[in-house]
Design a protein around this ligand. Structure first.
Ligand SMILES: C[S@@+](CC[C@H](N)C(=O)[O-])C[C@H]1O[C@@H](n2cnc3c(N)ncnc32)[C@H](O)[C@@H]1O
Length: 377
């Protein structure tokens, strides 16, 4: 017996530590019991903060910096707050309407200021690439998109589907580079679709070129009367709870020799993770898939290549969003959030600060982004 398999053998009897999937029934139940305690403590701390407890940023950062590496390295099972995080959900995406209300249809004046709203780079709510030396967010987002174009091998004339197209940033940028590409985007957020409909009337936007088609609708119901050469989905699969159903759908939209590119937040821990806080206040039913989840699903689509992008890139992106949010308080504070603004600001800053620290923890090696290139299985 090797020392590794000996350790695994011991680990299955021990609650809390290591891989939750290999536990004996008793150790599994004990682990789930400990998760309830972690959930309660996490919510108690978060609620105290968002209800007005004065904590300077550096203390909050210190708290995340102290706890997250320990969870990632030794107790990842405690980062799965609900049983559904560990398995596939019934629907491709659960709770889509709640998600839109709580997150994507928030006042766009706030989101656009936070994410940045440029002439070419529209608000983009996903990781920017800083590791190539970008000096600002817009440049880092362009470098990320150039990287996607290369990895997905986009060619002029491709018909592309953007599955969860945000504000149309990805289509707009790619249409600007390729005069014969056509794009179809689907998004459930009414506010983001309104933004794109505005751009589709704006001669300065590539979305007005007649080469962009927009569907306002749920990924669960997506259906198209054409097939695509390339499909990309950036920052969306944290809202997809059933990879089997998603792959079946995507494969049905894909040409025989087509390629799919999925870019998601991922964790290099044995199990997927989430948190009670983000489920309640930020991303209902959101989860970070473990890095092996996509390649281990090989029905309908199979992964032929994958890349891990260090969390440093997302930590820096979130730090820039936090700075943008803080710097635009004069505008942001007067928008309508359905609650007292002081409370909203705290909910939001708790999330942003947490994510800045999360992605930086363990030198970005545990919580980063994964990119996956897939073809028909
Ligand atoms: C994190 S944003 C990423 C947007 C864009 N891909 C980008 O990189 O900027 C996730 C997007 O997925 C959309 N989305 C999430 N769940 C959805 C669902 N069930 N149906 C349709 N769109 C959804 C959101 O409205 C949002 O536009």
């Amino acid at each position: 017996m090797t020392s590794n398999s000996f350790l695994q053998d011991i680990e299955k009897y021990l609650p809390l530590v290591g891989d939750v999937h290999i536990k004996t029934p008793l150790a599994y139940q004990a682990t789930r019991g400990a998760v309830s305690v972690v959930n309660t403590l996490q919510m108690a701390a978060a609620e105290a903060y968002i209800n007005g407890l004065e904590v300077p940023d550096f203390l909050l950062e210190g708290l995340f910096d102290s706890f997250m590496p320990v969870f990632f390295r030794y107790f990842p099972s405690l980062l799965a707050p609900y049983d559904w995080v560990l398995k596939e959900t019934d629907h491709l995406a659960e709770g889509s309407k709640d998600l839109m209300k709580l997150q994507y249809d928030l006042p766009q004046g706030m989101l656009n200021k936070m994410l940045g709203d440029g002439q070419l780079i529209y608000p983009k709510y996903s990781m920017a690439l800083w590791e190539k030396g970008a000096s600002n967010l817009e440049q880092a987002q362009m470098q990320m998109l150039d990287d996607v174009i290369e990895k997905l091998d986009i060619k002029d004339g491709d018909r592309i589907l953007d599955f969860g197209c945000g504000w149309g940033c990805v289509p707009n940028y790619i249409l600007s580079k390729f005069p014969n590409v056509t794009f179809t985007g689907i998004n459930l957020s009414h506010e983001q679709c309104e933004y794109m409909r505005g751009k589709m009337q704006d001669p300065a936007s590539y979305l007005s070129s007649g080469r962009f088609t927009l569907y306002e609708g749920d990924l669960n119901d997506a259906n198209f009367d054409q097939k695509f050469d390339k499909i990309l989905s950036i920052g969306v699969f944290c809202h997809v709870g059933n990879l089997t159903k998603a792959f079946e759908k995507l494969a049905s939209f894909l040409n025989d020799n087509g390629k799919v590119f999925i870019h998601i937040i991922t964790v290099r821990t044995p199990n997927h993770i989430s948190s009670v806080y983000t489920h309640q206040y930020i991303f209902p039913h959101g989860r970070f898939w473990n890095y092996d989840a996509v390649p281990s699903h090989n029905k309908d689509l199979k992964t032929i290549k994958r890349w891990y992008l260090n969390g440093y890139n997302y930590s820096t992106t979130f730090a820039t969003w936090l700075k943008n949010f803080d710097n635009h308080q004069a505008i942001v504070k007067d928008l309508e959030y359905g609650m007292d603004y002081a409370k909203f600001r705290r909910i939001w800053r708790f999330y942003l600060i947490w994510f800045v620290r999360n992605f930086a923890s363990c030198n970005g090696e545990y919580n980063g982004n994964g990119q996956f290139l897939l073809v028909h299985a």
